[in-house]
Write a protein that binds this ligand. Structure first.
Ligand code: SAM
Length: 217
């Protein structure tokens, strides 16, 4: 299978449909091999614009959602980024690609087996150096590595977790799906000194953020 060709076509479609528009985002998504982040038997579907099952009841987000989020985050080289909900590691790899050189992504996942698999995927895809995987409840953030220029939450919360806002740098940006279990709004929060400016980027559907500042099961 010509994965590179499929990847180029996927990115072209994301550009044509207006999910992404920035060249840096297109380049990063053209570079990261999504097929290395999905189970072997789903490899052939890796470049379809759809979420895919990665085990443990979890999914790798659809490429258009990764594109929308990465574009909204305005990631630049050198940034320190926190990802909550590491899943397969794919989204972290795209952000790591954009944060190079000099940046770092801390990708937090609550399910140990998924974090282990993500670590392996990231290494195989060439992002083992730029992405650090951590097993923890990411709804609390990662205070030992804070503050972060960007925080990207890939699971849905009932409300914005206060620790995440507090772990942003001045000028930092947080992106998080907020709402009910089955449908949410993608909210961006910009920190300016002690103030926070929120914007609604539209509807989305994510699996729940389970933890102290998320859902409780
Ligand atoms: N970004 C991922 C990728 O590229 O594959 C997809 C993320 S998946 C939609 C959401 C992930 O969030 C799941 O793997 C789930 O286990 C994880 N999750 C849920 N609650 C969490 C929490 N409190 N801390 C860390 N991870 C959490």
């Amino acid at each position: 299978m010509d994965f590179e060709d499929q990847r180029k076509k996927m990115v072209k479609r994301l550009l044509e449909r207006g999910y992404i528009s920035r060249l840096e985002v297109a380049r990063a998504m053209e570079k990261v091999p999504r097929h290395l982040f999905v189970p072997k038997d789903l490899e052939g579907s890796a470049y379809l614009d759809t979420p895919l099952y990665i085990g443990e009841g979890q999914t790798i987000s659809a490429p258009h959602m990764v594109g929308i989020m990465v574009e909204a985050l305005e990631i630049r080289p050198g940034m320190r980024i926190l990802e909550v909900g590491g899943g397969s590691g794919y989204h972290a790899a795209v952000m790591g690609e954009m944060a190079r050189p000099g940046g770092r992504v801390y990708s937090v996942e609550r399910i140990g087996v998924l974090a282990e698999r993500a670590k392996k995927n990231l290494k195989e895809a060439g992002y083992g150096e730029v992405v650090t995987t951590v097993v923890a409840d990411g709804s609390r953030g990662l205070p030992e590595f804070a503050p972060f220029d960007r925080i990207c939450v890939a699971a849905a919360a009932p409300a914005i977790p206060e620790p995440l806002k507090q772990q942003l740098t001045d000028g930092g940006k947080l992106l998080i799906p907020v709402g009910g279990r089955w449908y949410q709004d993608l909210i961006s929060v910009d920190r300016k000194r002690e103030g926070y400016l929120e914007a609604n980027l539209g509807g989305c559907v994510f699996v729940p953020l389970i933890g102290e500042y998320g859902y409780k099961d």
